[in-house]
Write a protein that binds this ligand. Sequence first.
Ligand SMILES: *[C@@H]1O[C@H](CO)[C@@H](O)[C@H](O)[C@H]1NC(C)=O
Ligand SMILES: *[C@@H]1O[C@H](CO)[C@@H](O)[C@H](O)[C@H]1NC(C)=O
Ligand SMILES: *[C@@H]1O[C@H](CO)[C@@H](O)[C@H](O)[C@H]1NC(C)=O
Ligand SMILES: *[C@@H]1O[C@H](CO)[C@@H](O)[C@H](O)[C@H]1NC(C)=O
Ligand SMILES: *[C@@H]1O[C@H](CO)[C@@H](O)[C@H](O)[C@H]1NC(C)=O
Ligand SMILES: *[C@@H]1O[C@H](CO)[C@@H](O)[C@H](O)[C@H]1NC(C)=O
Ligand SMILES: *[C@@H]1O[C@H](CO)[C@@H](O)[C@H](O)[C@H]1NC(C)=O
Ligand SMILES: [Ca+2]
Ligand SMILES: [Ca+2]
Length: 756
Amino acid sequence: MTNLQLITPMFFWVFFFLGPKSDDPPKTCNPKQFACKDHVTCISKGWRCDGEKDCPDGSDESPDICEPNQCPVNEHSCLDLDVCIHMSKLCDGVSDCSDGWDEGPHCREKAPECTSFGCEFHCGVTHDGPRCYCRTGYEVAADGKKCKDFNECSVYGTCSQTCTNTEGSYTCSCVEGYLLQPDNRSCKAKNEPVDRLPVLLIANLHGIRCTSLSGSASRLSVPHTNQTMAMDFIYAEETVCWIDVGDSPAATQLKCTSIQDLKANSTSIRPVNITLSLHHVEQMAIDWLTGNFYFVDDVDDRVFVCNKNGQTCVTLLDQELHNPKGIALDPAMGKLFFTDYGSTPRVERCDMDGQNRTKLVDSKIVFPHGITLDLVNRLVYWADAYLDYIEVVDYEGKNRHTIIQGLLIEHLYGLTVFENYLYATNSEEGNLNPKTSVIRVNRFNSSDFQVVTRLDRGAALHVYHQRRQPQVRSHACALDQFGKPGSCSDICLLSNSHKTRTCRCRSGFSLGSDGKSCKKPEHELFLVYGKGRPGIIRGMDMNAKVPDEYMIPIENLMNPRALDFHAASEFIYFADATSYIIGRQKIDGTERDTILKDGIHTVEGIAVDWIGGNLYWTDDGPKKSISVARLEKASQTRRTLIEGKMSHPRAIVVDPQHGWMYWTDWEEDPTESNRGKIKKAWMDGSHHQVFLTSKTVLWPNGLSLDIPQGILYWVDAYYDRIEMVFLNTTERKVWECSHNKPCSPCRGVIINSKKK
Ligand SMILES: *[C@@H]1O[C@H](CO)[C@@H](O)[C@H](O)[C@H]1NC(C)=O
Ligand SMILES: *[C@@H]1O[C@H](CO)[C@@H](O)[C@H](O)[C@H]1NC(C)=O
Ligand SMILES: *[C@@H]1O[C@H](CO)[C@@H](O)[C@H](O)[C@H]1NC(C)=O
Ligand SMILES: *[C@@H]1O[C@H](CO)[C@@H](O)[C@H](O)[C@H]1NC(C)=O
Ligand SMILES: *[C@@H]1O[C@H](CO)[C@@H](O)[C@H](O)[C@H]1NC(C)=O
Ligand SMILES: *[C@@H]1O[C@H](CO)[C@@H](O)[C@H](O)[C@H]1NC(C)=O
Ligand SMILES: *[C@@H]1O[C@H](CO)[C@@H](O)[C@H](O)[C@H]1NC(C)=O
Ligand SMILES: [Ca+2]
Ligand SMILES: [Ca+2]
C-alpha cells in the first residue's frame, strides 16, 4: 500500500494561523466608559442612549445600540420620549408630563380637529394633531380610527407563562408543576415534596455554596473545590458536578458528588475521567436526560461533549468559534445554546448533536457571557458584560427585548432563571475584583432588583429545583436491553428533539452503516489538519456526514505547521514551528516522540518518502533549506540537500516512483521577474529547477500529488483557490468547486492563513 492510495487529490494540509487573541472589546476605555465606534473616543456609560449625541459619530445613540422607546398601546410620549402617559391625559387640564408637554395652547387650537376626526372610541389632542385611542384591551386599527382587539400576548411579560388572547382581554395560566399566583399572571413552581424548596448553587473561590433564593445561607456547602468556574447538577440523581482547575491540564478534573437531601458528603466526591483536556473549559452544562456533559472551551475554541462516564468525548463544533463563553441546554427540545465573543460576537443555537447551527443574535452585542433558558416559554436570556445588559430572544432569535441595562449590572458571569426572577453573579470591577455579588432581577419588572448575597469570585450559579430539569416520558438515548444508550456503542447524543438521536464514536473509530456500532476505519480518505493556538492535529473522514475523529488527536502543540503520514508505520510526522521540532505520533495516539530538534528552524513542509523510508522537509529559517533524514534514527542521518536559492520554501511533496520532489516557494514582494513558484528537483537535491511560475501564482501552498493521474494540486493562499497542473504538459486548471468536489474545507483555511 502506498501513501498515494490513502491520500486522494482532495487531501490538503490545512492550517489555521490565528494570531494572539485580539477579539476582546476595545481596551482604550475604562470599564465605566462606552467606546464610540470611532475606536478613539470614550464617553461615560451614562451618556449612552440618553437622547443626546456625545460621540463625534453619534454612535452612542445609534439604533443598533439603543432600542427606540415605544409607548404601550393607548399611551403617548412626553417630550422626554422615555415617559409615556395614557392618551386620556392629553389636554385634560392637568400637567402629567413633568415638562408639561401634554398641556398647552395646542390643546385649544387643535381640539376642533378632533371632533371631526371620526374616532370610534376617543380622540386625543397631540402636538401633531388629533390621534385616536381605544378602550383598555383594544387598539386602533390600521385605518387609525376603528378599534380592534389588542393581542396582549404579543407583549413580553404579559403573563409569566401561558397567555391566551381574548376579545378585549386575555388570560394567563401555568404549565404543569406550577401554580397561578393571586396576581393572575405569575406562576410559582410546586415543591415536591413540599419541604423541598428551591435553592441557589453558587460556585465560588471557596467551594460550592448553597443559599436560599433570598440569599440566606443554607446547610450545604461542598468545600475545597479548586478555582471552579464551571458547575452544573443533575436533579434526578441529586448530584452536582464541577471542574477543579489545577496547575496543568492533567491536574484539571471533572468531579461529581452526591448532595442527597442537600447534605454534603465528601466521601462521595468522585472524579469523572475525561479523555479530552478540560483545562480551558469556560462553562459546562449537563444533559439531564442522558447524563452527557457538554463543555465550551474558549482557548481551544470548541464545544465538545462527553458521555456520562467520560470515556467517549466528541467535538461538536470547532469552526467559526472564537471565544465560546456560556452554554445552556434544552434536552427535551434537543437544543444547545451558546454565546461566543469572537470576531463577531453572537448567540447561537444548534441541535444537541451539533447539527443545524443557527445564529440567533449578532447585532448590539459585544461581550456576551452568561446564558440561560426559560424552558417553558422557550426563551433565551443572555448577559452582555460590555454593554451591561440582560436581554432575551425566543429560540428562533426573534422578539428581542431588554430586561435591564445599566451600571447595576457590571460584569455578569453566571446567569439563571427561575419563576419570575433572573439570578446572576456580578463582579463590581470587571474580572479584576474577586469580590462578587449575586443579584436577582424580576424579568418582567427591572425595578424589582436586589443583591442576594456577596462572595469571593462567584462563577456559575444554578437554581437547584426539579422544574429546572423537567423529565420526559422516554427519550431516544434510553438504555437498551444491553445497557447501551440508544443502542449506540459509544455515545448517544440527542439530536433535534428528545425523540431523535445521533450515535457518535470515540476517537479513532467511525460509525458503521447501521448508524450505531463503531468500528476501526480503514483509513481511506482522511484529512489531517493542524490548527494554531494551541496546536492540535486531528483526522477525519471527509465523506462522512458526521465528523468522527479518525485518529487520536495530537494535542499540546505550539504551532503545528506541516505534517505527513506514513501509511506502513501509521506514523504522523509533524513540525511544530514555535517549539522548533519535528515529531511523530501513531494514529492510535501512541509513541509520541521528537525525532529532530537541533538545527530545526521554521519548518513549513514535510513529506514522507514511503519507498525510501526518508523524511523530507523545507525550512524557511535564516538558511532557507530542504533537508532529508531517515525515518528511523533521523538525527544521525540528516543531510541538507538544497540551501539558499529560495525566498520562502513552503509545502513539499515527493514522487519517489519517478524520483522527483516538488516544493513551493513564496514571494513576499512579487515583481515581474520574481513570482511565487513551484520548483522541482531530483530527490538528492540535484537538477534543481523552476517547474511553474506565473503572474497568478503568489502564495502556493498545500501541495498534493496524484501520482497515477500525474496531477499536482495546490492552494494559493493569496488568491484563495485550488489549482491543478498536469505534470506531463504543465497545463494548469483552477479546481472548480461543486457539490462533488467541495472546496469549503480548504477555503476557510486559506482565508485564515492570510491573517498570519
Ligand atoms: C384574578 O382572577 C380572579 C378570578 O378570575 C379574580 O377574582 C381576581 O380579582 C383576579 N385578581 C387580580 C389581582 O386581578
Ligand atoms: C488547587 O490548585 C492548586 C494549584 O492551582 C494546587 O496547588 C492545589 O493542590 C489544589 N488543591 C486541591 C485541593 O486540589
Ligand atoms: C456518603 O457517600 C458514600 C458514598 O457514596 C455513602 O456510602 C455514604 O452512605 C454517604 N454518607 C452519608 C452520610 O450520606
Ligand atoms: C480515573 O483515573 C484515575 C487515575 O488515573 C484512576 O485511579 C481511577 O480508577 C479512574 N477512574 C475510573 C472510574 O476509571
Ligand atoms: C434541522 O432541523 C430540522 C427540524 O428542526 C430537521 O428536520 C433537520 O433534519 C435538521 N437538519 C439536520 C442536518 O440535522
Ligand atoms: C416593579 O417592582 C417595583 C419594586 O419592587 C414595584 O414597586 C413596582 O410596583 C413593580 N411594578 C409592577 C408593574 O409590578
Ligand atoms: C497528460 O496526463 C493526462 C492525465 O493523466 C492525460 O489525460 C493526458 O492525455 C496526458 N497528455 C499527454 C500529452 O500525455
Ligand atoms: Ca394632562
Ligand atoms: Ca386581547
